[in-house]
Design a protein around this ligand. Structure first.
Ligand code: ATP
Length: 295
């Protein structure tokens, strides 16, 4: 398997505070990889190290076969940050012209296609654009270099739902048509659920899990039960039970592995009712980050 991104014990400290802590990631080429985590988890810091914009305190990152600190791979990486920094007095078409000089693979055909698709006002100045339109200008630039790797850091901030859908549709077309690898950090987990092949969850700089989306959704389950005499204490202590929630007479076991084994054990206690439910990515995120606090 060819990897677009590989990190070994990637670590960053700011003023003795560790914000990314021994991160090991392997992102297959041509995949859509989602990086999620609470505010301040270290996602942007990780992305900046992948781009060579920050040097790791320890460990290393390899991107498209080169160490991230080498500039070699950068002309094949499209990057859309969460906040756009463009010369505000430039017109959109001037920004495109400026960027075209920096990249060997700049594709004017692609620029034209995207500017009409997004309805970009090419003669307007950046300072007069809405936040969403500025983001679309950044995406147009990122795709017009024909990237092998597209790194998107919370890219849809400020986009309305239609533009957001268009944005991700385009990203998917990009992956399907060009084999581009997409590394996406977002708080919109519903979008990620539809798009990502793999998900990594960071919390306080540490990797909580890194899994295929399908495996992840198979391992996290809610087992709803009703026991007339209350939940047998043993069940809440089974390995794999992350959390127990109670609502009236219904007791839910949130499990993060071995759902079938736990379900079989539940049945041995003859519940009046038992049902297994899938969890959304939003719920998985919630329980994985806060799940250590059992109720
Ligand atoms: N240059 C810096 N100097 C000192 N601390 C920093 C610096 N950059 C980031 N941090 C700190 O590192 C931690 C991780 O920040 P980071 O921006 O990587 O988080 P994030 O997961 O992207 O958060 P969010 O979801 O809110 O964007 C935060 O506590 C932040 O304050």
């Amino acid at each position: 398997m060819v990897l677009a991104i590989e990190t070994w014990e990637l670590t960053k400290r700011f003023n003795r505070v560790t914000v990314v802590d021994g991160l090991n990631l392997a992102v297959p080429e041509g995949s859509v990889f989602g990086l999620v985590g609470p505010n301040g988890a270290g996602k942007t810091t990780t992305i900046k190290m992948l781009l060579g914009l920050l040097q790791p305190t320890r460990g290393s990152a390899w991107v498209l076969g080169h160490e991230a600190k080498d500039a070699v791979a950068r002309h094949r990486i499209g990057y859309v940050p969460d906040t756009q920094k463009m010369y505000p007095w430039f017109r959109v078409e001037e920004i495109f012209f400026l960027c075209s000089g920096f990249y060997q693979n700049w594709d004017w055909g692609r620029v034209k296609h995207l500017q009409s698709k997004f309805n970009l006002p090419v003669e307007r100045r950046i300072r007069n654009l809405s936040q969403g339109t500025t983001t679309l200008v950044a995406l147009t630039i990122a795709l017009s270099i024909r990237p092998r790797l597209l790194i998107l850091d919370e890219p849809t901030t400020g986009l309305d739902p239609i533009k957001r859908r268009q944005f991700f549709q385009l990203v998917l077309e990009e992956v399907a048509g060009e084999g581009t690898t997409v590394f996406l950090s977002t708080h919109h987990l519903g979008d990620l659920e539809r798009l990502a092949d793999q998900i990594a969850l960071l919390d306080k700089g540490r990797l909580v899990f890194c899994q295929d989306m399908d495996d992840l959704k198979r391992s996290f389950r809610r087992i709803q039960t009703v026991f007339p005499g209350g939940l047998p204490a043993e069940l809440s202590r089974l390995p794999g039970v992350l959390k127990v929630e109670r609502a009236e007479h219904v007791c839910s076991l949130i499990v993060n592995r071995d759902a079938d084994r736990i379900l079989a054990r539940v049945r041995e206690f003859n519940p009046a009712f038992v049902e297994v439910q899938d969890l959304s990515l939003d719920e998985i995120f919630y329980y994985a980050v806060g799940g250590e606090h059992r109720v």
